[in-house]
Design a protein around this ligand. Structure first.
Ligand SMILES: NC(=O)c1ccc[n+]([C@@H]2O[C@H](COP(=O)([O-])OP(=O)(O)OC[C@H]3O[C@@H](n4cnc5c(N)ncnc54)[C@H](O)[C@@H]3O)[C@@H](O)[C@H]2O)c1
Ligand SMILES: [Zn+2]
Length: 383
């Protein structure tokens, strides 16, 4: 037997998406029964607008609110959502509409892949990480047994609707962590994007990506475009285990787990990128100048470049875990210039003394911003 499925979905700019007269979402859903899934903060800010949109267009839809902190990115949240879908009579043509950050759309994707073995999902990302990364790809995952994103799926959405106006209500700290993922994609494949972030990062943060207008749009769209180009080459990660977008995502999963998921994903990615860049310099693969620019860009974005929890033991375990995840190869992504990266495939290419020297060096330099304390942001579980 041979079976294959080709899936196409559009990532569309949909400005003023929640305006009651905007037909975009209603047209996408049509007459199907839909469950809108969002987070407590998003419900607080946008819940009424969503409900007004549902009413205005006579959608067969209801809105449910999911606990959406990283600590709640678990199978029980998926099960809760599946039960809500069942209770509200979602049939096989039903659709889940995830309106939220990466945690929300990750949980929605896993639930959509599981309900009746797969129903449709639409993503409306509302955070910066969501708009340029988590919300536009085809993966969903939850944390399991203390492991970051250990259970999940490749399950493409039917559509992604991008409205940058959601960023206006996003707390600054969550914009900063989004910049980490923008810097990630810039460093591995787009020097122009990196220069735009260096030139305009501060203004983009203070204006919530509203100003300066042209650079803000360009940074968002270049980030989205580059991410989709990278994903499209290997959407199900079965063509190769060498993925440039894994830059910053080797040590970070263990760092997140080691801090009980109190270190935000984007901050862990920033620390991982700083380590990878420092290691690259130790190995003679990256110039001191470029390493300096990379760390400066992370510090300027208000991100940490080192946390005390990162030690040689954790880094060593992260490399072993990477091998379990990447078909026996480490495939550590390290930058070789701004906009270009390479893979360190075999453990022998990452000598322990170089790794230790990189960590020592980072711990003796300014650590960048202190990490946000996620419990302070965490939303209460649903009663
Ligand atoms: N599936 C993927 O390919 C992929 C890629 C990157 C990241 N991720 C995952 O994404 C998660 C991080 O996502 P995130 O940065 O979006 O954080 P998040 O999903 O944890 O959201 C952070 C907080 O922002 C609030 N929020 C969302 N939109 C808002 C808005 N417009 N205004 C005010 N508050 C708002 C949410 O309620 C939540 O409390 C991590 O779990 C990470 O693993 C997944
Ligand atoms: Zn990420």
């Amino acid at each position: 037997m041979t079976c294959a499925r080709t899936h196409r979905y559009r990532v569309t700019l949909a400005e003023r998406l929640l305006h009651p007269d905007n037909p975009t979402l209603a047209t996408q859903i049509g007459g199907r029964r839909a469950l809108f899934v969002t987070t407590p903060s998003v419900a607080r800010i946008y819940g009424q607008e969503v409900q007004a949109l549902i009413d205005r267009h006579g959608l067969r839809a209801e809105l449910v609110v999911l606990s959406c902190s990283e600590q709640h990115k678990t199978l029980s949240q998926v099960a809760w959502l599946c039960e809500e879908a069942r209770r509200r009579g979602l049939d096989r043509t039903g659709v889940l509409v995830g309106i939220g950050g990466g945690v929300c759309t990750d949980i929605v994707s896993v639930a959509a892949s599981a309900i009746r073995r797969g129903i449709s999902s639409i993503r409306v990302p509302t955070t910066l990480i969501g708009l340029i990364d988590a919300g536009i790809g085809l993966k969903g995952a939850v944390n399991f047994a203390g492991k970051k994103s250990f259970l999940g799926c490749f399950y493409p959405p039917e559509a992604v609707l991008i409205d940058p106006a959601f960023l206006r209500t996003l707390p600054q700290q969550l914009l900063r962590v989004g910049l980490a993922e923008i810097i990630k994609i810039a460093l591995v494949c787009d020097a122009e994007l990196f220069e735009l972030v260096v030139a305009h990062g501060a203004d983009l943060l203070t204006s919530s990506f509203a100003a300066p207008g042209e650079p803000a749009k360009r940074v968002l769209w270049l980030s989205i475009q580059r991410m989709l180009e990278e994903l499209e080459q290997n959407p199900y990660e079965d063509r190769t285990y060498e993925r440039l977008v894994d830059f910053g995502h080797t040590v970070s999963p263990l760092l997140e787990a080691a801090t009980d998921f109190t270190l935000h994903h984007g901050e862990a990615v920033a620390v991982d990128m700083a380590l990878s860049a420092t290691l690259a310099e130790e190995l003679g693969l990256l110039s001191a100048r470029d390493r300096g620019r990379i760390l400066a860009s992370l510090r300027a974005a208000g991100l940490p470049v080192h946390v005390s929890r990162l030690d040689a033991a954790l880094a060593g375990e992260a490399l072993r875990e990477a091998m379990r995840h990447r078909g026996g190869a480490v495939n550590l992504v390290v930058p070789v210039a701004i906009g270009r990266a390479t893979f360190l495939k075999h453990p022998s290419e990452i000598p322990e003394r170089a790794l230790e020297a990189a960590i020592r060096r980072l711990s003796s330099e300014p650590a960048g911003a202190s990490p946000l304390m996620l419990p302070a942001l965490a939303e209460p579980p649903l009663g």
